[in-house]
Design a protein around this ligand. Sequence first.
Ligand SMILES: [Cu+2]
Length: 198
Amino acid sequence: MTSSEQSGNNSADNQSAGNGETSADIPSDVQPYAPEGGEATTTEGEVAIPEALKEATVAVVGANPIAKDGTVVTTEGVAVKNDAVPMSPEAPQQTPPVAKEELPASAIKLDISATGWNPSEFSVKAGAPVTLAITSADDYTHIFMFDDSALSAVAVGVSPHETRAITFNAPSKAGEYAFHCDVPGHAARGEVGKMIVK
Ligand SMILES: [Cu+2]
């Protein structure tokens, strides 16, 4: 697979967009979002899912849905808050452990070990939905966290040799956003990096 597939703008294989109106940078390799328990229909036959979840997609099982307009939302259909308390209901959620092979090609994959982040830099488009997958590549627990409190909720903790992912909207403001490993002592020994928003 090539990284040229990362922009979802003109994806021919988008299963849900009927008229090619997507302009939300949704990757083409996400899957349709299915509310917990499958089809959420009421006895009246009316679909009981919030508008934002209709035609939503999900990049990794357990990650937040991506609404049709590219907004990352909660399972209630409300936009997530990147500055919420980590792991609170309104924060983007880290997924359960996932096999690296199951990650979509469009996910940004970072390995972390005592030697640092690999890669230690990545670029995203302002406002676009981003799925970040963090893998502990050694025998230690690591915690991905941004330095900027505006992104405090975008945090992922991984046990040794574990991979977890998180989906969030990149900041709308271009610039460099530093991140680090939040385990005491790890940033000081070089577990730091930056996200470049273009
Ligand atoms: Cu660490």
